[in-house]
Write a protein that binds this ligand. Structure first.
Ligand code: NAG
Ligand code: NAG
Ligand code: NAG
Ligand code: NAG
Ligand code: NAG
Ligand code: NAG
Length: 670
């Protein structure tokens, strides 16, 4: 993901804009076009290149001018658009089709003039310069020496106002000329309703397509295409044989003794750009994939961000993944589909159990058996627990802790993946399964090793790992048994870590846990501490030894119902062993002293005063027989809060008071 992020950082809006503009630029070049609805003085020799006697005057190009008030006879002139146009492409063997529309206006100089002359032409020319001596009949297209030669390199559509020879046709005709003033085809205009030299605007449209020129016209300015009459259509022009690939587009005109004003009032041009062959193709081959890739990346990024935002909106929590990622030692992240496949889509037949936070399923991943805890979707509490569990248990490694191998958070599904515990949880062996059917008995040695294993795990959590971890939910149903009946502490749903550096802060606020295992002070302080874990461990010892449920009470007055009260009473009467599970009574006959020691240790752990409870270190020493169990009063002391501080004068070295939480320290949760 970080790689993806970097890529997205590269795709800045500026970069996209540059790419977009260059694409647009390229598209614009694909079409060569310009439009002059009228001409302005400043176009002169900027956009429009004019020969010596041509002018832009009164919003029009005067190709041959009247702007000087001098003799206008025997003049010729040319006007071109400043950029050359590629009319054909040798490499591609292609000609460019184009359309151009212009408004011409030819008016006789004076009414007394014997007749208008000579005419005006739209030309495509290799050379921008005006041929010398191209006035008179030459129309500025050629001169007497270039007429009819390939050196002229010019294609013209002429509007000839005066006939110079019989083959020229009548006065006022349109013709198509190649390198010559003689037309390959011409048509008289008067019969078509156009008096070309009447001083009236004439709209002309010239279309070049498939090497054929078509000329349309209408006697008014701004005529619509549908009003126009087809004046002339040329035969195929073989244009590539006499014009260079790039030509200039424009007009030429001339006068002789017969005089007229030759004007262009408006001009629009639209032509195909057939480009530079390979270079253009190269451009396409490079840009198209780049654009596709970038667009794909952007879309991908947008979708990813949208999904992420939606997840956050749904969730109000900071992203679970981020929280987990920054914790140390990350367990593997699985995909939801893998988990669905492993558990046959969370089939009820694979259900191992059900707890407060969801259901646990058995799964097969590859050839490995796993247990998948599916945190119930509607529990908001569950998400926080989920994070706690992944971050806590994922960084812990102990032979008596259930190993978390992976997790998954997708589409609001929270899943935790554990190593599979073939023998299930301890409570079933102690109390029978929920439907009441009896379960296999656990031998005294197995029970002892379970107690010892859990004690080791708790000592590791409290004192052995980098962070101090309070489990908060020690109970028989959270103790799992592997194939050799080794006990492993599981279900870290309620665990909280506390940085070791802040020694005073090893408590966490938030009432949680299981009634019956909760130390009495919990109901007052609402805090979980290492001492409340020790209390729950004490309850566990009694359960394991007596095979009896802890009793269900939430209020301190109800302690009479609890296993703690029950065992304590027997201990007070000197009949400690009376409570031992009937199923192991026979086995323990040779080991009664040890059983009693374990029971007394359990009672010490359940001392109502948290300061009197032994640490897990001491618990381990008692279990191995290194030290005697702490002394326990014959009668269960009353619960007093605030608890009396630990006494230092008693030579009770079995309780390491330095391990205990000072009573009035301001404690902060988590
Ligand atoms: C214009 O040119 C023609 C021949 O090209 C010539 O006969 C005529 O005298 C010229 N007229 C003027 C006014 O120079
Ligand atoms: C160019 O194209 C024309 C038809 O458009 C074809 O007749 C001619 O053979 C082509 N020339 C080459 C060199 O490909
Ligand atoms: C020229 O005009 C015709 C008819 O309006 C149109 O079909 C054609 O695409 C145009 N050609 C160009 C190059 O603009
Ligand atoms: C005709 O024009 C060409 C250049 O286009 C020039 O070289 C030649 O001298 C001109 N001929 C006459 C008779 O002026
Ligand atoms: C063409 O227009 C001019 C100027 O208006 C006029 O003198 C001339 O008679 C017209 N020609 C025809 C054939 O209508
Ligand atoms: C174009 O070439 C064809 C055959 O090559 C020819 O018949 C035709 O007259 C030519 N057209 C022009 C305007 O030169």
């Amino acid at each position: 993901m970080s790689c993806r992020m970097q890529f997205c950082r590269m795709v800045k809006p500026q970069l996209l804009a540059v790419i977009f503009i260059s694409i647009l630029g390229h598209i614009q070049v694909d079409c060569f076009s310009f439009n002059f609805p009228t001409f302005k003085q400043e176009d002169q020799n900027g956009l429009i290149l004019l020969s010596e006697f041509s002018r832009i005057f009164r919003d029009a190009i005067q190709v041959t001018p009247d702007a000087y008030g001098e003799d206008l006879r025997n003049r010729s002139g040319r006007a071109f658009y400043y950029k050359a146009y590629r009319v054909w492409n040798k490499k591609k063997n292609q000609t460019a089709s184009f359309n151009t529309t212009f408004v011409l206006n030819i008016s006789p100089d004076t009414p007394s003039n014997p007749g208008a002359g000579e005419g005006l032409a739209f030309i495509l020319a290799a050379d921008r310069s005006l041929p010398p001596n191209s006035h008179g009949r030459w129309l500025g297209v050629v001169n007497s020496s270039t007429n009819g030669t390939s050196g002229a390199a010019v294609l013209a559509v002429e509007f000839d106002t005066r006939s110079n020879s019989p083959e020229d046709g009548s006065d006022g005709h349109v013709g198509v000329n190649v390198n010559s003033v003689y037309s390959i085809k011409h048509v008289p205009l008067l019969p078509l309703g156009i008096n070309i030299s009447s001083g009236t605007n004439v709209t002309v449209r010239i279309q070049y397509d498939n090497d054929v020129i078509s000329v349309f016209g209408y006697m008014m300015s701004g005529a619509k295409a549908q009003d126009m009459k087809l004046l002339l259509q040329s035969p195929p022009l073989n244009l590539t044989s006499y014009l260079p690939e790039k030509v200039f587009l424009g007009f030429s005109a001339s006068t002789s003794n017969f005089n007229e004003l030759n004007c262009i009032r408006a001009w629009e041009f639209n032509g195909e750009d057939i480009g530079d062959g390979n270079q253009e193709l190269l451009w396409v081959w490079i840009t198209v994939p780049v654009v596709v890739v970038i667009a794909g990346a952007v879309i991908f990024f947008l979708i990813w961000r949208w999904k992420r935002n939606r997840e956050i909106a749904e969730d109000a929590y900071p992203r679970i993944e981020d929280q987990i990622k920054y914790s140390s030692m990350v367990p593997k992240k699985f995909r939801l589909r893998e988990m669905k496949k492993a558990t046959s889509n969370f089939n009820d037949q694979n259900k191992l159990g059900e707890g407060g936070f969801g259901k646990v399923y058995k799964g097969i991943l590859g050839n490995r058996e796993i247990a998948v805890k599916r945190v119930s979707k509607d529990s908001r509490q569950g998400k926080q627990e989920f994070i706690a569990e992944v971050t806590t248990i994922g960084s812990l490694h102990h032979k008596n802790l259930v190993k978390l191998t992976g997790w998954c958070y997708e589409r609001k599904e929270l899943l935790l993946v554990y190593e599979f515990m073939p023998n299930g949880s301890l409570d079933k062996y102690l109390f029978g399964s929920t439907d009441g059917s009896p379960y296999q008995n656990l031998h005294w040695e197995t029970r002892c090793s379970a107690i010892y294993g859990v004690a080791e795990a708790l000592d590791y959590l409290h004192n052995g790992c980098d962070k101090k971890v309070i489990h908060r939910d020690i109970k028989a149903s959270n103790i799992m048994l592997d194939s050799d009946f080794n006990a492993k502490l599981g279900d870290f749903g309620l665990a909280r870590t506390i940085q070791k550096r802040n020694e005073t802060h090893h408590s966490t606020k938030e009432i949680a846990g299981t009634p019956g295992y909760m130390a009495p002070e919990t109901f007052l302080t609402g805090r979980a501490t290492v001492e409340t874990d020790v209390y729950a461990f004490g309850v566990l010892i009694m359960e394991v030894v007596c095979g009896k449920r802890p009793g269900n009470m939430c209020v301190q007055n109800d302690y009479k119902n609890s296993i703690v009260y029950w065992v304590w009473e027997m201990y007070g009467n000197g009949r400690t062993l009376d409570g031992v599970d009937r199923r192991i009574k026979k086995e323990i006959e040779e080991d009664e002293e040890r059983v009693e020691r374990v029971i007394v240790l359990g009672l010490a752990c359940c001392h109502p005063n948290p300061h009197k409870r032994p640490s897990m270190k001491t618990v381990l020493q008692v279990l191995t027989g290194e030290v005697a169990p702490p002394e326990v009063p014959r009668e269960r002391p009353a619960f007093v809060w605030p608890a009396a501080p630990p006494s230092f004068n008693v030579n009770d070295n079995s309780i390491n008071s330095a391990q205990l939480t000072p009573p009035f320290t301001q404690l902060t949760g988590r």
